[in-house]
Design a binder for this molecule. Structure first.
Ligand code: SF4
Ligand code: SF4
Length: 224
């Protein structure tokens, strides 16, 4: 199966998890055939996450960028594999720039959409993806393709329940405490604007691009 071959290729290259899904509609203008998504997951280092206290650390910022680069490299491996099979493939970078509407904080495609549809995880109250294997100690990337792919995992339902630890830990007040449900807009439970604005206060450690306090605070992310 092509799913097995891709999983083997990407996990041998360092991916922690690989998932497959079919999305409603291609996000790429003029390429409606790109409706299958490969979700790549790379686990973050527990040791590095431990360095986040009441603010991010320079080690976290450097690790965050290194993991993004590895994910982007793995996407290229997937693209080459898919094109060699005679199909089209479109890599979506791990860390995407915002689109024209600067207040929307959205990239070309939401990695978490593909991740949830593939059964790799669910979205927590802090708008992060939670995986059974690694909690939210992960970064994500996606490859879109017209190569038919079949989901290989069961869909996972949300698991935050009554917990509000990240809501209380977030210095930006970005987390409302509402449980995410499928189809809900992000703005209905999480303020990307407040989160992003707060990150910009950490110019000295991450050029204003990282925070991570809610990852460190979540009890589902037991750090080894
Ligand atoms: S990354 Fe920081 S500012 Fe953003 S939601 Fe998490 S704790 Fe709040
Ligand atoms: S801290 Fe609690 S509410 Fe927040 S993401 Fe983790 S489990 Fe969910």
């Amino acid at each position: 199966m092509l799913e097995d071959k891709l999983t083997e290729l990407l996990t041998e290259g360092g991916a922690s998890l690989v998932g497959f899904s079919q999305i409603d509609k291609s996000p790429i203008d003029g390429q409606p055939e790109l409706i299958y998504a490969i979700t790549l997951v790379y686990k973050l280092s527990d040791s590095v996450l431990k360095t986040i206290e009441d603010r991010p650390s320079i080690s976290y910022f450097q690790h965050y960028r290194a993991v993004n680069a590895r994910l982007d490299s793995l996407c290229l491996d997937a693209v080459r594999f898919i094109e060699n099979q005679g199909y089209n493939a479109f890599p979506i970078a791990a860390s995407q720039s915002t689109n024209d509407d600067k207040s929307a904080y959205r990239g070309v495609f939401a990695h978490k959409t593909g991740a949830c549809l593939s059964g790799i995880g669910y979205i927590g109250k802090n708008a992060l993806l939670y995986t059974k294997e690694y909690g939210s100690k992960v970064r994500l990337a996606t490859v879109l393709t017209d190569m038919p792919l079949v989901r290989q995992r069961e869909i996972i339902k949300g698991g935050c329940g009554d917990c509000d630890i990240c809501k209380r830990a977030c210095p930006a007040g970005a987390i409302s405490g509402i449980n995410y449900e499928v189809g809900m807009a992000r703005d209905d439970f999480f303020s990307a604007d407040k989160c992003s604005s707060h990150m910009k206060t950490y110019k000295d450690v991450g050029r204003g691009a990282v925070c991570g306090i809610c990852i460190k605070a979540c009890p589902k992310n037991k750090l080894k």
